[in-house]
Design a protein. Structure first.
Length: 132
């Protein structure tokens, strides 16, 4: 993934999870113009609470962002992933806390990468190291 790639998630549940767990990472939400925000249970309050901008857009715009997927008429733009230089991370980490680290190499499928990151978060992993 290059530094300029935008990160989009789509569908009701992934966007609600992002707003609940990492609200600062959600930069903007795009909703299909024929959908009322209040009709998506649990979403309107989270968007309002976190002051996330919302744009009503035609379905073709959503397809341009994420392709032809089951987007449920809603897409969110996430902030870029923050990468830290390995040597900077080593000097900052508290080694007394016995951090668990995952090293990855050769991951080509973004779905696998995403699954590994979600598992790492659930397992309390301190860092995921990927080559550049």
């Amino acid at each position: 993934m290059s530094k300029s790639d935008n990160i989009y998630i789509y569908g009701r549940n992934p966007i609600i999870e992002a707003l609940m767990n990492r609200p600062n990472a959600v930069e903007k939400v795009f909703i299909k113009s024929s959908i009322q925000l209040n009709s998506i249970e649990g979403l309107a309050d989270l968007i309002s609470k976190n002051s996330v901008p919302v744009s009503k857009v035609p379905q073709i715009k959503i397809q341009n962002l994420v392709g032809r997927v089951n987007d449920q008429g809603i897409v969110a733009l996430l902030s870029q992933i923050t990468y830290t230089n390995f040597f900077d991370w080593v000097t900052e980490v508290d080694l007394n806390s016995n951090p668990a680290v995952v090293f990855l190499d050769g991951i080509e499928d973004p779905y696998n990468f995403g699954a590994i990151l979600r598992s790492a978060v659930a397992a309390g992993i301190s860092a995921v190291i990927v080559p550049t």
